[in-house]
Design a protein around this ligand. Structure first.
Ligand code: DX5
Ligand code: ZN
Length: 226
């Protein structure tokens, strides 16, 4: 059985008390903090930068998973590494030199990953698997929380699972497969069955008063997946 990780997205948290929101969700059983960075250029929304990452860093030991929805990418990488990011992912269309950006993330001491929009081909993985620690499949178009899960993302998850398994069987190592957008208690098992091991959930968790109950319900669903 795969290890399953739940990564609440702070995008739906109360921004007036982010430190508390981080502590609460980890205490409620989450594994990772998903940190959505939007620049009003690559995506039509504007969120938070390295200063806020640095501010939440002392509030948890859990990995901070920085999802960069920005263009250009490279100048922000060292800033987020310094601000305490553990994982940094970016969208391949947003970088002129994907291999260089991945290298930059690894050199800065973080795990690196590529993010695939619903319309983006997985072929961007073809020549860079050796530098990848995480593949992130978007099941919504990036920019906003609270959107509906796009069902054809499941095929993409299956295809990504196959690529990862083939690569790691040959070369070893570990590559996480994360899915982001519209994940709820009632679809998380299907996403896991398609091959995901790491689940971002923003509104499903932070939109409810009892974070622990939601995370427990998600884990109960995941336990049904062999
Ligand atoms: C969307 C973000 C997601 C978002 C998920 O662009 O990357 O992380 O916060 O939110 P939900 O779970 O509400 O779809
Ligand atoms: Zn995200």
């Amino acid at each position: 059985m795969r290890d399953f990780r739940i990564a609440p997205s702070l995008l739906s948290a109360d921004f007036a008390c982010l430190g508390q929101e981080v502590r609460d969700v980890i205490a409620a059983g989450a594994d990772i903090i998903h940190f959505d960075v939007m620049d009003n250029h690559y995506v039509p929304n504007l969120t938070v930068g390295p200063l806020v990452c640095e501010a939440i860093r002392p509030h948890t030991q859990a990995p901070i998973d920085v999802h960069l929805m920005v263009k250009p990418v490279d100048s922000l990488v060292p800033m987020f590494a310094k601000a305490g990011a553990d994982i940094i992912t970016f969208h391949p269309e947003a970088s002129e030199h994907i291999d260089r950006t991945l290298g930059l993330i690894k050199e800065s001491g973080c795990k690196a990953g590529l993010v695939f929009n619903p319309g983006t081909s997985l072929s961007y993985l073809d020549h860079v698997m050796d530098k990848i620690d995480m593949v992130l499949i978007m099941s919504v178009n990036p920019g906003f929380g609270g959107q509906s899960f796009i069902p054809h993302a499941l095929e993409k998850v299956r295809a990504a699972r196959q690529r990862i398994d083939e690569y790691t069987a040959k070369h070893g190592g570990e590559i996480w497969l994360e899915v982001d957008g519209g994940i709820k208690v009632d679809n998380i098992a299907a996403v896991a069955a398609a091959g995901a091991d790491t689940f971002v959930a923003g509104s499903a968790i932070y939109g409810q008063p009892d974070y622990q109950a939601v995370i427990a319900a998600m884990r109960a669903e995941l336990a049904k997946v062999a």
